[in-house]
Design a protein around this ligand. Structure first.
Ligand SMILES: CC(C)(COP(=O)(O)OP(=O)(O)OC[C@H]1O[C@@H](n2cnc3c(N)ncnc32)[C@H](O)[C@@H]1OP(=O)(O)O)[C@@H](O)C(=O)NCCC(=O)NCCS
Length: 238
């Protein structure tokens, strides 16, 4: 996890610069050729975000589905499977975002990208609001309208999806997905790989266990164990 603050001269951050050890430096693929792994729905969201950021170029998608090779998704070509990574690296591609919706698969492919010596990039929509004091890992996606509040910590590979709210001092674990319009109140801790469904709410100071699932529209009012699945208002474990 990158330990730098998510600063960008103000609260709204489009992934342009970050401060680390007092130095401003370019992050998130400014000037880089970028490849997106995963040509599905989440891949299209990430393509759209990168398209809104200056000086980044998506050169193609990679996807496990060999049948997609040669097709275009959102106007961008699918170049093949992840096996193409070394070849792309030789051609000068340096930045990758793994944009697979499945939390386990996303974390798995992130390891492969690291092993191939490529940089995992973040994609923060220019109209997301990220506190200056929030910290972001790598391969973090923050979609349009999402709000990440003061002192929140977002782990590697996490997705903060469209209009989701991660309130003050929350921790979102690696590979977790906070779905569109979901909201975490202050000081919630979401474990690795957890899935907080569409429009779900988690009240303050709770722990949502690793690899647990919160159903769409649920209101969580008690801690959830690792691997639990909870639905409804108030949420009950099923
Ligand atoms: C929670 C969820 C994962 C459960 O899926 P599942 O394991 O296949 O469960 P089932 O569909 O078999 O449903 C099991 C029971 O839970 C109920 N249930 C399922 N999801 C529910 C929900 N979101 N709210 C209330 N009840 C729900 C079902 O009605 C069923 O009840 P019953 O046993 O009384 O008939 C799924 O329904 C869900 O909400 N997914 C989130 C989708 C989402 O947020 N997508 C956004 C993607 S970006």
């Amino acid at each position: 996890m990158e330990r730098c603050s998510a600063r960008n001269n103000g609260a709204v951050m489009g992934g342009e610069r970050a401060r680390c050890s007092g130095l401003w430096y370019a992050v998130d693929g400014v000037g880089m050729d970028v490849v997106i792994i995963g040509a599905g729905g989440h891949g299209m969201v990430v393509l759209d975000i990168i398209g809104q950021l200056p000086r980044r170029r998506v050169v193609g998608f990679l996807d496990a589905d060999e049948g997609l090779a040669g097709r275009r998704v959102g106007g961008v070509k699918v170049l093949g499977t992840i096996n193409q990574l070394p070849k792309l690296r030789r051609r000068g591609v340096r930045g990758v975002i793994v944009a697979i919706g499945d939390n386990r698969a996303r974390l798995h492919h992130m390891k492969e990208v690291r092993s191939a010596g490529l940089k995992l990039l973040n994609a923060v929509h220019p109209r997301a609001v990220v506190s200056e004091s929030a910290t972001l890992g790598e391969n973090v996606v923050i979609a349009a309208g999402a709000v990440v509040c003061v002192a929140a910590k977002i782990g590697d590979g996490a997705i903060i999806n469209t209009s989701a709210v991660v309130d003050h001092e929350c921790t979102v674990g690696a590979g977790a997905h906070i779905c569109p319009a979901a909201a975490l109140a202050g000081r919630v801790v979401v474990g690795e790989g957890a899935f907080v469904g569409l429009g779900a709410r988690v009240i303050q100071c709770l722990r949502v266990g690793a690899w647990s699932t919160v159903g769409a529209g649920a209101v969580v009012i008690a801690d959830l164990d690792e691997g639990a699945k909870a639905v409804g208002v108030p949420a009950r474990v099923i």
